[in-house]
Design a protein around this ligand. Structure first.
Ligand code: AHG
Ligand code: MN
Ligand code: MN
Length: 337
């Protein structure tokens, strides 16, 4: 029996292609892998170790925090602050930038993460995930601020997610395609199980929270209406629908068999003074990088997500991503008004 390509093998190999690489990036990805292994183990144990349910607090976005939102955030910080690979971090669960405590060595990378995406699914035993995005720190200093993180998605050095489902799967891009690594829990290694992942260009499967239909803008309403009209409608084919309510699980399905996922802007979101539901820096940008690297498209409806100049750490954006030809239809409808 052979071992296969471990995540560590793969990262070390990639490092050889990068001139002047010092091993810091390799170390950083290893730190992320360690935290994801720990989170996978906590997710799996669930009620046995009393980690389900609400924490009784709210995050900076005014959302109810689950116990696991807080625990997984702590796991990420512990794994990332100790080895000198990270300059500073930002997370969905922390209002401000997390600067390393005094005495800890500062590395060259800024990391943003959603430690547990889809956390409301934890209590009902449905797939959840961790999303991360890696940027370069443009300067070396003791204390970083939000401005240091406000780089467009095109500046990402790497992005990925770890899906905790029937299998634990790490999906990673360093700007050279998308690879998937499945965790073999018996010996604690992520093993490459898919390389050069490509999203089919066409699809007849969409994912949207239909309960918001009455709040959508006309182009999105038109798009979904036409999907629902099926074979005898303008699209000339029947569509299938999915909604997991964990973006990680939706993106993973799309990488596996194609599809379109959207959380569009709507009147309800606008009434709260927000520009979208999903967060640019640790949900939309990393997922856009992965999707584009797999040959898909990722837009707000009107523009490419990765080209947005971020204005704030917790900025929200509308998201439409997935199979290229289908996302193009949505873009065309928005352009037509
Ligand atoms: P989080 O659990 O990190 O707050 O993210 C949940 C997100 C996303 O994963 C999912 O697609 C969406 O919110 C679900 O929203 P609805 O509950 O409005 O369907
Ligand atoms: Mn999330
Ligand atoms: Mn989350």
């Amino acid at each position: 029996m052979h071992i296969g390509t471990t995540l560590t093998n793969y990262i070390i190999e990639r490092q050889r292609d990068i001139e002047g690489a010092t091993g810091e990036f390799t170390g950083l990805l290893n730190d992320i892998a360690t935290s994801c292994k720990k989170i996978a183990s906590l997710v799996e144990k669930g009620d046995l170790i009393g980690v389900l349910g609400a924490a009784g607090s709210e995050n900076v976005q005014g959302e109810e925090q689950k116990k696991m939102d807080i625990i997984t955030n702590e796991v990420m910080i512990e794994a990332l602050e100790s080895n000198g690979h990270v300059a500073a971090m930002a997370s969905e669960e922390m209002e401000d930038v997390y600067n390393l405590p005094e005495g800890k060595i500062r590395g060259n990378y800024l990391v943003t993460f959603d430690p547990l995406d889809g956390s409301s699914n934890m209590d009902v035993n449905v797939s959840v995930g961790t999303i991360f995005s890696i940027l370069r720190a443009r300067e070396q200093k003791e204390t970083y601020s939000a401005e240091d993180f406000l780089q467009p998605g095109t500046e990402q050095v790497a992005a990925g997610y770890c899906l905790y489902g029937p299998s634990t799967i790490m999906v990673l891009t360093t700007g050279d395609g998308v690879n998937m690594f499945t965790l073999d829990k018996d010996f604690g290694e992520f093993i490459m199980t898919k390389s050069g992942v490509k999203i089919p260009e066409d699809t007849s499967e969409f994912a949207i929270n239909m309960s918001n239909m009455r709040f959508w803008e006309p182009p999105m309403k038109r798009y979904i209406d036409e999907c629902l009209a099926g074979k005898t409608g303008p699209r000339g084919k029947d569509f299938n629908m999915r909604w997991v309510a964990s973006m990680v699980a939706e993106v993973h399905r799309i990488l596996t068999r194609g599809g379109i996922f959207t959380y569009p802007i709507d009147e309800k979101i606008k009434a709260k003074g927000q520009e979208g539901k999903l967060r640019l820096m640790y949900e939309a940008n990393p997922m856009s990088f992965i999707v584009e690297q797999a040959g898909g498209m990722s837009i707000t409806g009107r523009e490419r997500i990765m080209e947005i100049q971020p204005k704030a750490l917790h900025q929200r954006v509308p998201v439409v991503l997935g199979s290229k030809n289908e996302v193009q239809v949505v873009l065309d409808y928005h352009r037509e008004g």
